[in-house]
Design a protein around this ligand. Structure first.
Ligand code: NAP
Length: 416
């Protein structure tokens, strides 16, 4: 495939997916999108740390061949105002693994979120957000070490599907008339209208992915989080379809919470995963007060959006939380925070969210040794209290460093 502005590194090879298995060469070409706002600063810093860890772990035998891809404001400058170039999408599909910084989305108008478009365009149906505690990270919890959850958020449906009709528009009026006259719905005049589609297909593949993950990583439970007491036929259906997948497709591996109490006297049979569900609002409280009870979480799009950031706040905030959006063959890793425009190009913010998204990416391609080196270096740098401004304001006696200074400190621990 030939590209207009994208340059594939000549000495690299593409990662391939064969029969559902990832095949990773020693010199894989991985895509990266710098992102808007603080994207340039955090990407430059993280690239140096990932490369240092890979070089140290494999002593030159393995090396990532980075390929820059363009989205957002940088793309608009290169592709005559196109923020979402078709060749970037083609390249991500071709390379199958990529990582991206944050992208700007205007509120209440302008173009549609590039992040949402990307997820839908490639059908990246699962947003995966591991939230765990690293020693030394400032936390509002008394026992932050109990937080170790992986949130699987459905990415393509729900109120994020983009089926919205603005107040006063012709389509809005048409839909309002239909809802009132044909469906006997009641709502105030001129209400903006949005549709919340949640399907068995979308719900089941998300829950399936979460259970497969839990099995592979030997996690203890999968919790289905929903607001089914109020939205019975969307959120409630998500819950029901989740249990269906669990009990029909993973029967030998799972026990539901009902079965736990009715058949096993509350004591979990060895080697099985507990499937339970919680209503979204109480889940926020539980994750704060009793985080040890949760492990893998599977939830719908909007719940997952809120819950991921709330969980991240318990162990350092979105400046550190990593994420990935995955389909059955494509994986796009991403910083979970936004572009923080007031800090753009100040070399100030915390690069850890992108950094740890890269750690997830290294784990995904099975380069676990390099991933571990970064985890270990992070704990050591935190123990020295060498941190960016966001952590420094939560810690006593910290030394505040810049984005690049934080990367230097990590590299110094990787190569002491
Ligand atoms: P934001 O960019 O995440 O920033 C909100 C605040 O979070 C910042 O002011 C800063 O807090 C803190 N923060 C974010 N990243 C940080 C980092 N790396 N290190 C330290 N602190 C960090 O959220 P926003 O201001 O609501 O959104 C700005 C733009 O980003 C919008 O266009 C939005 O649509 C977009 N966005 C993109 C993504 C994405 O690409 N995945 C996700 C969310 C938002 P303090 O001011 O307290 O220091």
């Amino acid at each position: 495939m030939s590209y207009q502005h994208i340059r594939l590194p000549p000495d690299g090879e593409k990662v391939a997916v064969k029969n559902g298995k990832l095949r990773v060469p020693d010199q894989p070409i991985l895509g990266f999108v710098e992102g808007d706002g603080i994207g340039a600063d955090i990407t430059a810093a993280a690239l140096r740390v990932w490369d240092a860890a890979v070089a140290k772990a494999y002593r030159g035998k393995r090396k990532v061949r980075w390929c820059e891809l363009y989205m957002g404001e940088k793309a608009a400058g290169i592709y005559q105002g196109d923020y979402f170039p078709a060749e970037t999408i083609a390249a991500i599909k071709d390379l199958t693994v990529a990582i991206k910084g944050p992208l700007t989305t205007p509120v209440g108008g302008g173009f549609r979120s590039l992040n949402v478009s990307l997820r839908q365009e490639m059908d990246l149906y699962a947003c995966v957000r591991p939230v765990r505690y690293f020693e030394g990270v400032p936390s509002p919890l008394r026992r932050p070490e109990e937080v170790d959850v992986v949130i699987f958020r459905e990415n393509t449906e729900d109120v994020y599907a983009g089926i919205e009709y603005p107040s006063g528009g012709d389509d809005n009026k048409k839909l309002a008339k239909f809802l009132r006259e044909e469906m006997r719905a009641e709502f105030f005049d001129d209400a903006g209208l949005g549709i919340k589609p949640i399907s068995p297909f979308g719900s089941k593949r998300l829950v399936r992915k979460a259970i497969e993950y839990a099995l592979e990583r030997e996690r203890a439970s999968v919790t289905l989080v929903h607001k089914g007491n109020i939205m019975k036929y969307t959120e409630g259906a998500f819950r029901n379809w989740g249990y269906e997948v669990a009990t029909q497709e993973f029967r030998d591996h799972v026990v539901t919470e009902d079965e736990l109490w009715n058949e096993h006297d509350g004591s979990m049979p060895a080697g099985k995963i507990l499937i339970k569900d919680r209503i979204a609002d109480i889940m926020f409280q539980l994750l704060l007060l009793r985080p040890a009870e949760f492990d893998v979480i599977a939830t719908s799009n909007l719940n997952g959006d809120y819950l991921s950031d709330a969980a991240a706040a318990e162990v350092g905030g979105i400046g550190i939380a990593p994420g990935a959006n995955i389909s059955d063959d494509i994986a796009v890793f991403e910083a979970t925070h936004g572009t923080a425009p007031k800090y753009a190009n100040q070399n100030k913010v915390n690069p850890s969210s992108l950094l740890f998204s890269g750690v997830m990416m290294l784990e995904y391609i099975n380069w676990r040794e390099a991933a571990q080196l970064i985890d270990d270096a992070f704990v050591k740098v935190l123990a020295d209290k060498t941190v960016t401004y966001d952590f420094a304001r939560l810690m006593d006696d910290a030394t505040t460093v810049s984005t690049s200074g934080f990367a230097d400190a990590l590299i110094g621990k990787i190569n002491p």
